[in-house]
Design a binder for this molecule. Structure first.
Ligand code: NZQ
Ligand code: ZN
Length: 391
């Protein structure tokens, strides 16, 4: 394990069918004025909204609603939320939705008591920590993938500047609790479900493909990836398979709650490219990752060859003797298996299918942050080359 580290995660997980019934008890720990934040209305169609409102009423809360948080939440929407929260003297934020809603609530939580500073500049451009009191957040997760339910990630899109930036807040701004009922994810549209599955896979790969030493975190990640691949194959055939959906939900949470990054450096370049594509096209997050992953990993594979060989053998069951133990051939076979699986579950494999065109390729390059934690730091020409291969 590299370096010295501390691990602290304060989010309480309440997992399983009907776990929403525990909401009322959790609410008892917080103030009266609640901001209920949700997305475009799926929670009303599924009946979850009524259950949440009943719990809030039974707990004698005064509720202000903030609906309409869009996928890839915008800075404009954040400013709106700050005003609503201040006007209503909000003491607790209840986020009901997917990563977009929960991410948004973290940005909000850190901005309500912020005086005289702009949250976009302070948190997203300058990456500062919050030095004002953050309003506590609780979450009910309805769409699985981001891990936002148990981390400090908050990704906001500035449509004017064409930038989509993720701020990672410290444990002081993690959700206090996360209610995880796998059955709430049954209604997620198939496109979103598979995008979420690949988001999870990508989170794990971003942390797996770095370093060459022997690290317990890598063994944990191999187990998570194998579990995810297996469950995904069941879930695409039967989205209402409880075992599959509950495994996917649990794996998503552990993939990005900072546990598996411990003792490692991390890559995150695929996410930087994906966020740039998101900023330019507003495409679904998980699909922006799937569409660049194969060209990206093919490109960096020679620089981390032995890890890619191990990935092929352990995660995809590639038998090295069939390739005369040739590391390059084994590693390539691993990526081929991954590509087959991605097509099997219905992921987008080309950025041109997401709205990237030759005329906005430069915008994507300019919006991409180039990082140093993976096997190869890209320069802009290499990035452009990878993007062209992904078209
Ligand atoms: O808005 P509603 O009507 O609720 O519909 C949503 C939305 O259209 C729908 N949905 C969610 N739950 C549903 C449902 N539809 C039917 N039944 C349900 N139970 O799904 C759509 C997508 O939701 P969204 O929250 O946008 O998806 P996701 O969870 O993938 O979140 C994506 C955002 O999270 C950021 C992404 O960049 C993106 O902005 N990320 C956050 C991270 C973090 N906090 O650590 C890390 C990730 O890498 C990611 O960047
Ligand atoms: Zn992601």
């Amino acid at each position: 394990m590299r370096g010295n580290f501390e691990y602290y995660n304060p989010t309480k997980l309440i997992f399983g069918e009907n776990s929403v019934n525990k909401l009322k008890d959790e609410l008892a720990n917080y103030g009266t004025n609640i901001l209920l934040v949700y997305g475009g209305g799926s929670i009303k169609k599924t009946g979850l909204y009524d259950k949440v409102m009943n719990a809030l009423n039974e707990a004698n809360k005064k509720v202000t609603e903030l609906p309409g948080v869009m996928p890839n939440p915008t800075l404009e929407k954040l400013y709106e939320g700050i005003q609503v929260a201040r006007e209503n003297k909000i003491e607790f934020i209840l986020a009901v939705g997917g990563g977009s809603v929960i991410d948004y609530c973290k940005g909000l939580a850190a901005s309500i008591n912020l005086k005289g500073e702009d949250p976009w500049k302070k948190y997203y451009l300058d990456m500062q920590e919050a030095d004002c009191e953050c309003v506590p957040i609780g979450s009910i997760l309805t769409m699985v993938g981001t891990g936002s339910e148990m981390n400090g990630g908050s990704v906001i899109t500035n449509t004017e500047q064409k930038l989509k930036i993720g701020k990672v807040f410290g444990a002081y701004n993690f959700p206090k609790f996360a209610i995880l009922d796998p059955t709430l994810t049954y209604t997620v549209p198939r496109y979103q479900m598979v995008a979420g599955i690949f988001d999870i896979m990508s989170h794990i790969m971003e942390q797996y493909f770095s370093d060459n030493d022997d690290t317990a975190s890598d063994y944990i990640m191999e187990g998570l990836m194998r579990g995810l691949i297996s469950a995904s194959r069941v879930a695409i055939k039967n989205p209402q398979d409880y075992d599959a959906r509950s495994n996917i939900m649990w794996i998503a949470t552990w993939a990005l709650n900072t546990l598996v990054s411990k003792g490692k450096t991390e890559d995150w370049e695929v996410h930087m490219i994906g966020q740039a594509i998101g900023a330019v096209t507003n495409a679904t997050h998980g699909m922006t990752l799937s569409a660049v992953s194969i060209p990206y990993y093919e490109y960096v594979m020679p620089f981390g060859l032995l890890k890619f060989k191990r990935f092929a053998e352990v995660v995809w069951g590639v038998e090295s003797y069939r390739f005369n133990n040739d590391a390059t051939l084994v590693a390539k076979e691993g990526l081929r298996c991954m590509s087959d699986w991605m097509k099997e579950i219905g992921l987008v494999m080309r950025i041109s299918d997401l709205g990237v065109t030759p005329s906005n390729l430069d915008d994507v390059v300019n919006a991409t942050f180039l990082l140093n934690g993976g096997y190869k730091k890209l320069n802009k020409d290499e990035l452009l080359d990878i993007l062209k291969r992904a078209m």
